[in-house]
Design a protein around this ligand. Sequence first.
Ligand code: URA
Length: 433
Amino acid sequence: MNIINIIEKKRDKKLLNKNEIDFFIRGILDESIADYQTSSLLMAIFLNGLNDEETYYLTKAIIDNGEYVDFKGIDSAILDKHSTGGVGDKVSLILGPILASMGYKFLKMSGRSLGFTGGTLDKLESIPGFKVNQSDEWIKKTANDLGFFIISQSENIAKADKILYALRDVCASVDSIPLIASSILSKKFSFRNDSLVIDVKCGSGAFMENIDKARELCKTMLAISKAFQRKTTCIISSMNKPLGKRVGNNLEIIEVIDFLKGNYKDYDDLYDEINHIVYELILNIENVEYSFVKEKIKNVLDKGYAFEMFLKFVHNQGGDISYIEDINKFDKAKFETEILADACGYLSSYKLKDIAKTLNELGAGRLKKEDIIDYTVGLINEKNIGDKISKGDLLFTIRSNKELNSSQIKLLKDSIVYTDKSVKDKHILEVIK
Ligand code: URA
């Protein structure tokens, strides 16, 4: 077997078999296949696709050539959730304490994200002392006792995906459904989980900008999940406005605290999403009604159990809980820049990638792996989709330690899309299983 024949086959729109895909993944790990050959094959896949069987073989080869975490010794069901990435997405940080306080195990191992979407690990690290790297001993103990952690996954999980993703990123082949599906699922299925919900974000602040592409990704991921005999549900949720009200690392932690303290009614989109994800996660392992689950969620929020669980979780991972008890302790950025509307009409969507790009330039995210994050940088949103906007209205406030320049201010003002009729956005667009 040789890699040139495999590239030729895909170039000529032929199907690859399991042995060829295994050969490819082993070759990129032992470096017998050069980066330029991997890039050619990725481009051939980008152009000519992979069918579900090929995508399954690719996912399986990545998993089998990396580390697998089986959470041995844990008898109860393990729930897990993945988001394809959005702006202001703090769902896992709210979901975990709710599920754990309802008695379910939520054991999440995350990777770090790059680009326009924020990373859960970075948000958590904005709490002084919080540790995302933990020993095997700690993982075992916490899985059994608290039943809830969010930690960094080992470098050896889905090792081949890291090489593939880095090359896709620089050779214009990120945006391919089978490559995205195998990338996501190889990481998710390198751990035991008994129920998985994948939140596929759709809209201006997401990889999937339209519903047809989001559906196609869900269909592929569900076919692959079935082949692995995993219980997976996909939720397509709208990403045309920042999720919740705040974007940025410590600002999102502050929002999570506010939500868990019982002010969840202030965050319609987040609350709706939490209710649906919790329900679908539980439905994969037991027969329940949506209204019953919703009531249980409301109960753990209203009684303060979810907030107490968040405190325990932060404490258990070394975080200073005095910050959670008193949010005024969090550092605050030097500048507050109000972005005012310079047009009028009804708000129809936000150009979220422009907003995220500006926040990243100001230090909220990483452009390169080595970049250092400024946890205090972010945005506080004042408007909702469908709102009537008059010239001069406050749209949102930017918090930063560098002053915004005029082109950044213009880009932010222009990031609002107006229409002449008020159209409300539906947040949960579809549930597919
Ligand atoms: N998220 C991933 O993990 N991989 C992709 O390819 C795209 C989004």
